[in-house]
Structure formats: C-alpha cells, structure tokens
Design a binder for this molecule. Structure first.
Ligand SMILES: [Mn+2]
Length: 358
C-alpha cells in the first residue's frame, strides 16, 4: 500500500509540499493540474513543471486525479472524437512522467454534491461536508452550484469550475433524453478508444463512484452500486479499466457493503486506487462526513483496510475528505490537519493488520 495525499498545486493549494512530506508514512501525491478544463490536453511542459516541484520535495506522484471527461463524450456527440484524441495525448504525456493511475468519473454534469460544506458537528465544534436531500427543496441546480461556490472559502472545488457553470442549463437539457444504457454505450465507446493507449503506456484508468451514491436531478448515473461496477468492468475487459474505490462516496448509501465491494473488485484486479474516509448516516439521503476513526461514523475502517490488505495490497490509497478542525481555514474537505490524522490512523491500522497476518 502506498499512502498518498491530494494536492492541488502551488497556485491553488494553501498546503505546502513540505507539510505533506512531514506526515508520517506519506509516499507521494494524488496530484492534479487544477486549472485544466475538461477536454483540454495536459501539455508535456505543464506536467513536467508539476512533477519537478513534487519530486524536489521528496514525494512521488504516480496517481493523477480529475482528468475530466468532456460532456460531449458522455453525451456521445460527434465532437467526442476530438476530445478522446486529446485524452489519449494526455495519457501519453502523463505516462512519460511516471503516472500509473488516472482517476476520473463518468458522471453527467455533477462530480459531487453537498448541501452544506461546513456543517458544525455538535459534540466538538468541528465542521464537515453534509448532505440533506430535503434541503435541495425548491432549489434549481444552478442555485445549488452558485451557493456551493460562495461557501468554498474562495477555493474552486473539483467539478464546480466557474467555466462549467455558464453552460449548466444547456448541459442539463442535453441529458433529458439520455438513459443509463445510452450513457453506458457512450462510456464503452470512450473506454474502447483509451484503454489500448493505457495498455501500451502502463497506465490504469480508475473511475470514481457517483457521490452521493444515487441519482440526482433526474440525471442518469451509472456508478453507485456493486452491480453498476460489474457492468463497468465488463464494458472493457482489461485490468487497465479499473476503479477508484471511494469508501465515502459509495458509503453514503448504507446498502453498499464497502469491505465486500473491495474484496469483490480487489480479487478481480480491478481496483486502481482508493479514497478512504468515513460517513455518518443521519436519515434517508441524509449524511455527514466524519473523522476517519471507525467509531466516529458508520463505516468499519478496520474491515476496509483488511479487505485492501487481503485483495489489493500494492494499491495506492489516500485519506479522503477530512473535517475542519483546530480553526483551520481551507478548501472544504481538503484541510491539512484532519486528513493528516486520517493518514496516521490508516497507517496504524495497516501496520497492525500486516503484523498480525504474519
Ligand atoms: Mn473520493
């Protein structure tokens, strides 16, 4: 297992590489070029500059996140071929700098959705991301996106880039007649075009689950249950067609048995990496994010780490969203302190699992 940390780059993250390097057991990053729009080529010199900075800090970067898929690909429009070609150029460019896994999603329009980015947790005064479907109420998707942007402490949030907001209503309209099967057919077209390039360059595509793990705003969503992922891995039968198993995204639905899902896809060699965090279920389509500790939420992090240990021990993991604690002001979900505590905790579980397995 390689422990990693999400970092947005020195232009858009207030956390430094030096701070990340000082977290015990931190081997590297799940990196991102934060200013790239979906469909754009990640140029060789941009990747080199990012990697040089990361390597100079003593960290590796073998996983890259948020190489976003252009909506035209998801919608299956004729213009998709141009964007798929760009995607393949990006895969080749990333591979040159040692990238082994690319995290992406195939969700229409919304990467993830919360109704409160700083929900105060009564017991200790920390705050975390929160979702209550009832709060969506009469709000339109545009209103929700605007409110999310206003509450992000001045940071852009993955999936809510200002450039995408202008097109929101048109894009929502374009999905009106797209069924889940249509979306899967467009997905297969994309995979069949990029997976051969991945196989040639030694890169794995790792798809992130829908978050929350159910359909929203009537949009087709095809990645939030074990059955969904069975269909996805069957779309292209290559280990390069893999999953970024996000415990918190899938875990937002209490019906998803996360350790069992890890064991199922780990044994199939279809897990490219994992995001690990905990969730507290508060009601129907109502949850908040918690500290990583099992006792803080409803997921069993020991069983999760054990499933990783038993079925995909060489994978990359990172502590996913944390709470805001110790008066930190930062990007919602992506502060330094609680994610560092999460990494230390997950490393502790791992050491105990490894030693007791000997
Ligand atoms: Mn995630």
């Amino acid at each position: 297992m390689k422990m990693t940390f999400r970092w947005y780059g020195s232009n858009s993250d207030n956390i430094t590489l030096k701070q990340i390097r000082q977290i015990p057991g931190m081997s590297g990053l799940m990196g991102v070029l934060d200013d790239k729009a979906a469909g754009e080529v990640w140029e060789d010199d941009e990747i080199r500059a990012y990697m040089d900075e990361v390597h100079a800090a003593g960290l590796a970067c073998e996983v890259i996140e948020s190489v976003n898929i252009h909506e035209d690909i998801k919608l299956g429009l004729p213009s998709r071929d141009k964007y798929i070609e760009n995607y393949n150029i990006t895969i080749r460019n990333l591979a040159k700098y040692g990238v082994k896994v690319i995290v992406y999603n195939f969700m229409p329009v919304f990467d993830w959705l919360r109704t409160d980015l700083a929900h105060v947790i009564e017991e200790d005064g920390s705050n975390s991301l929160y979702f209550n479907e009832k709060d969506l109420g009469e709000m339109t998707p545009l209103e929700i996106v605007q409110r999310t942007a206003e509450n992000a402490n001045g940071f852009s949030l993955p999936g809510w880039e200002p450039a995408r907001l202008k097109e929101l209503e048109n894009t929502l309209d374009a999905y009106k007649n797209v069924t889940p099967d249509d979306l899967r057919a467009n997905y297969k077209y994309f995979l069949d075009a990029v997976i051969p390039v991945c196989e040639e360059t030694g890169v794995r595509m790792a798809v992130h689950p829908d978050d929350p793990a159910w359909p929203i705003f009537g949009l087709p969503r095809i990645a939030h249950t074990a059955e969904d992922f069975d269909k996805i891995v069957a779309l292209n039968d290559s280990p390069a067609n893999a999953i970024c198993l996000c415990t918190g995204s899938l875990g937002s639905n209490p019906d998803n048995d996360i350790p069992a899902i890890i064991r199922h896809f780990g044994a199939m060699n279809r897990i490219g990496c994992l995001h690990i965090r905990n969730i507290k279920h508060l009601g129907y389509h109502l949850f908040r994010e918690t500290a990583h500790l099992s006792a803080a939420g409803d997921l069993d992090l020991y069983e999760i780490m054990k499933a990783v240990h038993d079925t995909c021990p060489d994978t990359y993991i990172r502590p996913d969203h944390g709470r805001m604690i110790w008066d930190e002001v930062g990007r919602p979900g992506y502060g330094l302190y609680d994610r560092a505590l999460g990494a230390a905790y997950l490393n502790g579980l791992w050491e105990a699992i490894e030693k007791s397995a000997r």
